[in-house]
Design a protein around this ligand. Structure first.
Ligand code: ADP
Length: 716
């Protein structure tokens, strides 16, 4: 510590170190009390106290009235080895000396003797500009002291001097320390200021400028600059520069490793250059271009996550001289703030870009989503099936029009309502609950009344699974399968009927043919039996024909027409003949137009149509009655009506009578055999002829089937 203090003090100007005024005060008091003269001079002459001397002689000699000169001691003339020195007017002083921190101080204590030399006094008076008589009188009265006394006093004064000078040094050190502390505080506050601003602004240029200004202010520098590394070109460019040559400097670039900045960028180490002109690393190029004269430089790296991205450089102390080592630390601290600022700004810029991109993506996603949502919504809404989706709390989150129509009576929407308050069917509610709980698809059939008819729905309940594999909700689709179910039922009834219908004619055929084979049957009976067999075979044939036709229609092959010119009156007459005798209970009457017409039709198929209609008329008027066949021609068509007085058809069945497999669900009809394929084939054949068929009927009163066929004349 002492050595450090010493080395520090030896570099300091001793006049600054020694508090001369304090010493002079002490010197003054001593000289006055003891009535002796005291003066202290440092070896280098920098400290030279004003002599404390209370004699009249001294007062006259050293008076500072205008026109007088001060008498001063010329230190260089003092014999350093002598014990006494004659300072002026032949007055002898004792010389004591002391060393302090390598410096020698002389302490003159007087006066031991005086030399009475009038000539000397005269020239002294002239030089000082005082009256010789005054000076002479004062000189005569000048008191002298014995050597011993002076030596004793000198010893005392040396001790005292040493104490004072030590105190001065202490005081100086304290002052220095305080000054350093003040500087430290100033630096700290500059750092604080910088970091507060860094954290409050995102403008990189502003930030860097603040950092550089702080550096310049605290370090009392002329200029500063920040370079960043351009990794692609392996160069440094001026991100920012302050000082008088800012603009010129900014246009320049340095190669990596070039100049002091390049060296710091390359090595990543801080550098203090007391005198740039003597440093081999210094790049004169920049100064030559800018006409700036670089003297002292501190340059520190800018590091972001341990990687050097640039350097901060501070140039020239305003007061001259060099920057000090402890200023490197300050600049490093500032540089780390600058690095944070740069990184923050980059990060912010990056974040801004990211945010913009995200925003764009989000907008796109939202547009897509809303398109998708609308698409899904309109798909769901336009579905013929009922769709209901609930969330995990069974609140309805989606319901389409069909579902609202099926499940509700009022006009208010069910969206957002609790499922249980909307749907009373326990079975449906249970299915939703089960799917939400077990996360499995559930399929079931539910029946409910719609209007006055019971409908059957196939219902599917599917869980909506979240990313975390929990059930976020459940969506259900209800499809009305009432018709399919009916068709199913009709099909199985049809199969029963077909087998029954096939067996019915087979039984008499088998029985009568066996009879004829086993017994000797007389001719009239043979004829009768053969007739029965023939009739039943025809019935079987037409049934099989109908079945084949239906299967052709069903398989998409369809029926083909073989058109030929047909005289309609003649055709109807033949059909009438065939049916006339088929039932004893019925009277079949044919009414024909006077003049027949020849039309292009498929003869056999029209016979099939007529046979179907007539056999139905017979079948469905079990109590007999009249059956009338009527034909008439109009401009475009040939029209035929087949009317009976039988069971008739209820209004609700009128539309469906031409559907395949459809049979009226009444007990009376059920008793009568049939397959439900006759009328569909009739309709099909007529449509193939570009014609059509309609039914007029009243329950229990009878039915009238009317068909028409466009009159296509044979080409002559
Ligand atoms: P099938 O007579 O073999 O049952 P159809 O297709 O010929 O099949 O007739 C379908 C249904 O139409 C019949 O089951 C019957 O209920 C009704 N139907 C047909 N013709 C008449 C009619 N003339 N009078 C009353 N009902 C009829």
């Amino acid at each position: 510590m002492a050595e450090e203090k010493l080395s520090k003090l030896t570099t300091i100007d001793s006049s600054k170190l020694f508090n001369i005024r304090v010493w002079e005060g002490i010197q003054y008091k001593f000289a006055k009390d003891l009535g002796i003269a005291i003066k202290v001079v440092s070896e280098d002459g920098k400290i030279n106290t004003h002599e404390s001397n209370f004699s009249d002689f001294f007062r006259v000699l050293t008076s500072t009235e205008p026109g007088r000169k001060l008498t001063e001691v010329d230190v260089s003339k003092i014999d350093r080895e002598a014990r006494f020195a004659t300072l002026y007017a032949g007055c002898e002083y004792y010389i004591a000396s002391t060393y302090f921190y390598g410096k020698k101080f002389f302490i003159f204590v007087g006066i031991k003797a005086k030399r009475e030399d009038t000539q000397m006094l005269k020239s002294l008076a002239a030089a000082a500009g005082v009256q010789y008589d005054d000076l002479y009188d004062a000189y005569i009265n000048l008191q002298t002291f014995p050597e011993e006394k002076l030596i004793n006093i000198a010893d005392l004064i040396v001790d005292l001097f040493n104490i004072v000078i030590e105190l001065s040094v202490q005081e100086y050190i304290t002052q220095m320390a305080n000054r350093e502390k003040e500087e430290e505080i100033q630096k700290m506050s500059a750092l604080m200021e910088a970091s507060i601003i860094i954290n409050s602004t995102r403008n990189l240029e502003q930030l860097l400028r603040i950092i550089m200004q702080s550096a310049e202010k605290v370090m009392l520098a002329e200029a500063s600059s920040i370079y960043l590394i351009d990794n692609e070109r392996n160069e440094l460019y001026f991100e920012m520069a302050t000082g008088p040559k800012e603009e010129e400097v900014k246009q320049m670039r340095l190669k990596m490793g070039e100049g002091i900045a390049g060296w710091v960028a390359y090595t990543g180490e801080s550098l203090l250059v007391p005198d740039a002109s003597k440093d081999p690393r210094f790049a004169r190029r920049v100064d030559e271009k800018t006409k700036f004269i670089t003297r002292s430089v501190i340059c520190v790296p800018l590091k972001v996550r341990n990687q050097t991205i640039g350097v901060v450089q501070v140039l020239n102390k305003i007061s001259g001289g060099s920057f000090s080592k402890h200023e490197i630390k300050f600049l490093e601290a500032l540089a780390s703030q600058a690095a944070i600022a740069i990184e923050n700004a980059n990060l912010y810029e990056h974040l801004e870009e990211r945010a913009e991109q995200l925003n764009k993506n989000l907008k796109e996603a939202m547009v897509n989503l809303s398109i998708e949502k609308k698409r899904v919504e309109s798909t769901v809404q336009s579905m013929e099936d009922a769709v209901i989706a609930v969330d995990k709390d069974k609140k309805i989150v989606m319901i389409n029009r069909v579902a609202e129509r099926i499940f509700k009576s009022g006009a208010e929407s069910y969206l957002g309502r609790q499922l249980e308050t909307v749907i009373q069917m326990q079975e449906i509610i249970l299915n939703f609950a089960m799917v939400l709980d077990q996360k499995n698809i559930s399929k079931t059939e539910v029946k409910f009344q719609m209007g006055n008819k019971e409908h059957i729905f196939a219902a599917v309940f599917a869980p909506i699974i979240d990313e975390d594999n929990s059930a976020a909700g459940c969506v259900s689709v209800f499809r009305d399968i009432t018709e399919i179910k009916e068709l199913d039922k009709m099909k199985s009834e049809f199969l029963n009927m077909v087998s029954h219908e096939l067996r019915t004619p087979l039984t008499p055929i088998q029985a009568y043919s066996e009879l004829m084979l086993v017994r000797d049957v007389d001719t009239p009976k043979v004829k009768k039996y053969a007739n029965i067999i023939n009739k039943e075979t025809q019935r079987l044939g037409s049934l099989i024909g109908d079945l084949l036709d239906l299967s052709r229609i069903e398989s998409g092959k369809g029926l083909s027409l073989t058109l030929e010119p047909v005289d309609f009156n003649e055709l109807l007459t033949v059909v009438h003949e065939t049916f006339r005798s088929s039932s004893v209970k019925h009277k079949i009457i044919l009414t024909l137009p006077e003049k027949s017409e020849i039309i292009m039709v498929d003869r056999n198929k029209i016979i099939q149509v007529m046979s179907n209609l007539l056999s139905n008329a017979v079948k469905y008027s079990p109590d007999g009655g009249e059956i009338t066949i009527k034909c008439w021609f109009d401009e475009k068509n040939v029209n035929v009506s087949v009317r009976d007085q039988g069971l008739g058809v209820a209004p609700e069945d009128l539309e469906r009578i031409f559907e395949k497999f459809y049979r009226v669900e009444s007990e009376k009809v059920k008793k009568i055999g049939g397959t439900g394929i006759g009328l569909p084939i009739v309709k099909y054949i007529l449509e193939l002829h570009n014609g059509g068929v309609a039914l007029k009927s009243e329950l229990n009163k009878g039915s009238e089937f009317i068909f028409y066929i466009p009159k296509v004349k044979p080409q002559v």
